[in-house]
Ligand binder design. Structure first.
Ligand SMILES: [Zn+2]
Length: 248
């Protein structure tokens, strides 16, 4: 839990709620699991609240004390570490993305009220990153549902169909584009569509997801930008086996 940058309201976000130890505190999860067609997250909340995931809600049950239990339904397979909760007085910005797969994909960006203008200016970046990754990886995996972005007090996370964004709209910073949104979105393919069976193979998510950034730079800025990115990241060269023999 945090305060908004101007200290006006609460800004609550659960990051990686199911990742290893932390998830077990919040949700009754064990290790990495993939679910299909599940009901998720039953939460007691003040009855006046709105849900950013209205399309996924399958139940709103008023309680005697004025609170409400919200029930969400997820139709497509999802891994447990991709479920999250964010609470703030968000404003929803919307757009439509035309997928290479032929579908019209609803896009929503939930921003803090004080960042609405910055959020509106950021929408073209969101649509551009979708197009760039579709050109490399194929149609957006969750095009039957939506692509969502939600502003968070932490840097970012690839929660399925609503990625967390906390990079403060720093599109001008090196490497010259908003790498955070691009990186988290890349996980919709590498992490959420293709998911490792065991934490020890997390390199599949992060390694290939990061490589997407090199390909993005090459497509936008040329071969030199690709080489510079790879050289910068060469310090991460593996000196030991990436995956241990035992499962975590
Ligand atoms: Zn990542």
């Amino acid at each position: 839990m945090d305060k908004s940058p101007n200290d006006e309201h609460l800004f609550i976000s659960l990051e990686n709620v199911s990742l290893r130890h932390h998830g077990r505190i919040v949700f009754p999860n064990t290790n990495l699991k993939i679910y299909g067609n599940q009901h998720w997250a039953i939460i007691g909340a003040n009855g006046s609240g709105k849900s950013a995931l209205a399309k996924a809600i399958c139940g709103r049950i008023p309680l005697a004390d004025g609170k409400v239990t919200w029930r969400w339904h997820v139709a497509q397979p999802i891994s447990n570490y991709n479920v999250a909760l964010n609470i703030a007085p968000y404003e929803e910005l919307t757009a439509t993305y035309h997928s290479l797969g032929g579908q019209r994909v609803p896009v929503s960006f939930w921003v803090l009220p004080e960042d609405r203008e910055k959020g509106e200016a950021f929408l073209p970046t969101i649509l551009g990153d979708l197009r760039s990754l579709e050109e490399i990886c194929g149609p957006y995996p969750f095009r039957a549902e939506k692509h969502g972005v939600v502003q968070t007090p932490h840097l970012g996370m690839e929660h399925q169909t609503v990625i967390a964004y906390g990079n403060a709209f720093r599109e001008g910073d090196p490497p010259g584009y908003d790498w955070l949104h691009h990186h988290e979105l890349s996980h919709e393919w590498w992490g959420n569509l293709v998911t490792c069976r065991d934490w020890k193979d997390m390199w599949i998510h992060e390694g290939i997801g990061t490589y997407m950034q090199a390909l993005y730079l090459e497509s936008r800025k040329g071969r030199g930008a690709y080489r510079a990115f790879m050289a910068r990241n060469s310090r991460h060269l593996n000196r030991r086996a990436v995956a241990s023999r035992s499962s975590s």
